[in-house]
Design a protein. Structure first.
Ligand code: HMG
Length: 389
């Protein structure tokens, strides 16, 4: 029985900052961000958008198209949780009016948790054919203003439906994994911005990529040329180029020509370049972009996927694109969402990211910005109040 990803729905906030504007204010050559990091814009979540609203907005098309009757689980992967106890999944459960029978939890391991959710979902579906799991991966990536991580910030969400006989990607059984207790990137509970040792985190990411690849190769018996396309966790899109160099040096991958690299990699970078890092959603945003923007027929192609979460846990896995996959995509809606975003000037960006949520338990009604159907309407007695806008 084939098990895997049946639907992919992408959502990002309606606002962005052009990194050329950030570069001008920070007195940095704009090519450092555009070429050196491979990033053009960063998505900025307005004050009435959080991971709950982004996740619900991403999942709504799936729920509307496919219904909720066969859903056993809602798994919410994030490192931007809104509550230490109540799962973001529970708020979404309410907003999407999921059945009482459908259980809901939140998962965390930095950017890796979406992949953990996917593996758990596939195992559940394999044991319960005919049932389905809804996964949401959503995050708001924040670093200190003026820190090296600032141009890699971002925000976004991907919702996935996992079931048997999936319309998009049937997952292979093999995985190559790696875990090590390191402090490359972390966010203590008392901080809204992550802390990171940037160069070290990049080295750990690249090392994990090679280690995972070797284990995946040994488990599957496949070689690099069995993977027609690649999608990776993308803290910034240029990291894939660094990954390929590392695989060439340490794992016998060939040095691809620019054309070969573009064919296998570039379509999967299209959205992340426009949103910045979306942490748990990032790999699945890349997969969505590959499906949406690649003009070739991907049917039958095996896609290699590399998931990395700081701290760190990483995994190499793969899946085969299913015939007729295009009929299950929302490519036009995704392109529209990205194209219709509103550009912020630098001061508007700084005003938004330095705004803190109220902490005094008072009554607050939040100004209405552009969002999807769901928004954060305010706070009341320490409770978040969501509404359908
Ligand atoms: P930095 O110090 O600002 O940048 O930090 P740099 O000086 O290393 O420059 C970056 C690149 O731009 C370099 O290229 C420069 O040469 C180039 P490289 O040497 O690497 O090939 N450059 C230029 N290129 C063209 N024209 C120019 C120019 N000037 C310079 N004029 C860093 C970069 C990524 C470290 C920083 O942005 C950072 O700390 N980011 C956050 C951490 C991060 O993204 N780490 C990645 C791995 S960890 C991960 O993926 C997990 C994560 O997603 C979290 C989670 O799991 O939850 C972050």
């Amino acid at each position: 029985m084939k098990v895997g990803i049946d639907r992919l729905s992408f959502y990002c906030p309606a606002y962005y900052l052009d990194l050329a504007k950030l570069a001008a204010v920070r007195q940095v050559d704009p090519n450092k961000y555009r070429v050196g990091l491979g990033q053009e814009r960063m998505a900025v979540a307005p004050p009435d958008e959080d991971v709950v609203t982004m996740g619900a907005n991403a999942a709504l098309p799936i729920v509307e198209a496919d219904g909720v009757e066969d859903l056993d689980w809602l798994l919410f992967a994030t490192e931007t949780g809104v509550d230490q106890s109540k799962a973001a999944a529970m708020f979404v459960h309410g907003l999407l009016e999921l059945p009482e029978r459908c259980t809901a939890v939140e998962l965390k391991q930095a950017c890796y948790s979406g992949t953990a959710a996917l593996q758990f979902a596939c195992a559940w579906v394999a044991a319960h054919p005919g049932r389905a799991v809804l996964i949401i991966a959503a995050d708001i990536a924040r670093y200190d203003l003026r820190s090296p991580g600032e141009p890699t910030q971002g925000a976004g969400a991907v919702a996935m439906r996992v079931c048997a006989q999936p319309r998009l990607l049937a997952l292979d059984p093999w995985r190559g994994t790696y875990a090590d207790d390191v402090m490359d990137f972390w966010r203590p509970n008392y901080r809204e911005e992550a802390l990171v040792d940037g160069p070290y985190s990049t080295r750990v990411y690249l090392n994990a990529m090679v280690e995972c690849w070797k284990r995946y190769r040994d488990a599957s018996g496949l070689q690099w040329d069995h993977l027609q396309r690649l999608c990776c966790h993308l803290p910034f899109t240029r990291i894939v180029e660094k990954g390929l160099q590392q695989l060439h040096r340490q794992a016998g991958w060939p040095a691809w020509s620019a054309e070969e690299t573009a064919r296998r990699i570039s379509y999967g970078l299209a959205y992340n370049r426009q949103t910045g890092n979306t942490y748990a959603a990032s790999l699945y945003e890349s997969l969505t972009a590959l499906f949406d923007t690649c003009p070739d027929d991907l049917s039958g192609d095996r896609i290699g996927l590399f998931s990395y979460g700081s701290g760190c846990t990483a995994e190499w896995f793969s899946g085969v694109v299913q015939p007729g996959y295009r009929a299950a995509l929302w490519s036009e809606a995704h392109a529209r969402r990205l194209a219709e975003r509103v550009e912020l000037d630098y001061q508007q960006y700084e005003d938004i990211v330095t705004l803190s949520m109220p902490r005094d338990g008072g009554e607050y009604v939040f100004a209405q910005y552009r969002t999807g159907p769901f928004r954060l309407a305010g706070m009341s007695q320490h409770k978040r109040v969501y509404e359908r806008a």
